[in-house]
Each structure stands twice: as structure tokens, then as C-alpha cells.
Write a protein that binds this ligand. Sequence first.
Ligand SMILES: [Fe+2]
Ligand SMILES: [Fe+2]
Length: 183
Amino acid sequence: MSESSERELPGDLPREAVIRRMIRVDHAGEYGARRIYEGQLAVLGRRQDADPIRHMAAQEKRHLDAFDKLVGERRVRPTALHPLWHVAGYALGAATALLGREAAMACTVAVEEVIDEHYQKQAAALGGTDPELSGMIETFRAEEIEHRDIGLAEGAERAPAYAALKGAIKAGSRLAIWLAERL
Ligand SMILES: [Fe+2]
Ligand SMILES: [Fe+2]
């Protein structure tokens, strides 16, 4: 789309502001993800079968590091809700892990499904306007899908009350995105 054909409707944010908001929410999300896996590892990390969780935690750390860097470079104001994501992410990871390893995997499936949708929407909205950000989003989205598949392979669907648990965590994750976009 050329500059001149780009319509700005009343109430539309200028493109720069839209992109900064995307970076803010993604940074918050990757921070939350890192805390979820830290919470899971605090409970399950000493077990023999913690390797898949450790693998996902390591990838989340890379996602977060990349967004940390981008927030600095682009001078994006980080989310004001940082302390909330710090506590809520960890609590979600630890609480589901206390329900059992399969519930932790159900948490992963729920969160990663929401993040997949979220990154997909962002990639579509960006089009070709910000190749650096789009590249990060596409790379990380592929890894979030991998995490969802690991969760499923590791027995997420055998978690107690799987459908209800997954539904609640997805709703919470969508609310977190909504808040992080605004605050
Ligand atoms: Fe991630
Ligand atoms: Fe992930």
C-alpha cells in the first residue's frame, strides 16, 4: 500500500504508534511466557522428564532477549504492568505444575495457541512494513507452535478437566494481551 492510498480513519493511531504498541505487548507476552516456564520448572525442574520444559524455557529466553533489545533500540515504553506479569506468569506456571505435569502441558497448549493467533494477526497487520519485527514474529511463532505440539505430545489432553483448564487459561491470556496493549 502506498503512502497516499493509506487512509487514516479518525481515532486510528499513526503507524509508528501501532508498531510500538505491538512491540510493547510482545515484550510483555514473552516476559510472561518466560515466567510461566520458570514457575513450571520450580515445581517440576528436578524430575527426569523436565527436559522438554527446559527446552521451551530456553527458547522463551531468546524471544524475551530479542524483544528486550528491540524495546531499547526503538525506545518503546515497556508495559506498566511488568510487576503483574512477573507474579501472574510465575503463579500460572507453578499452579498448573502443582496440578501435575500434564496440567502444566495443558497450560502450555492454551498459552501457545493464543500467542500463535496473536502473532498471526500481527504479521498480517504489518504486511511488509517492518521486516525486522515481522521476521522476529514469524520465527518466534514457529517456535510457539512447536511448544504447543510438545505440550500435546507430552500428554496435555490427559490433564484433569482439560477443556475447562485450557479454556480458562486461554481467556486469561487474551485478557493479558488486551491489558498489555493498553497499559
Ligand atoms: Fe515466546
Ligand atoms: Fe512459547
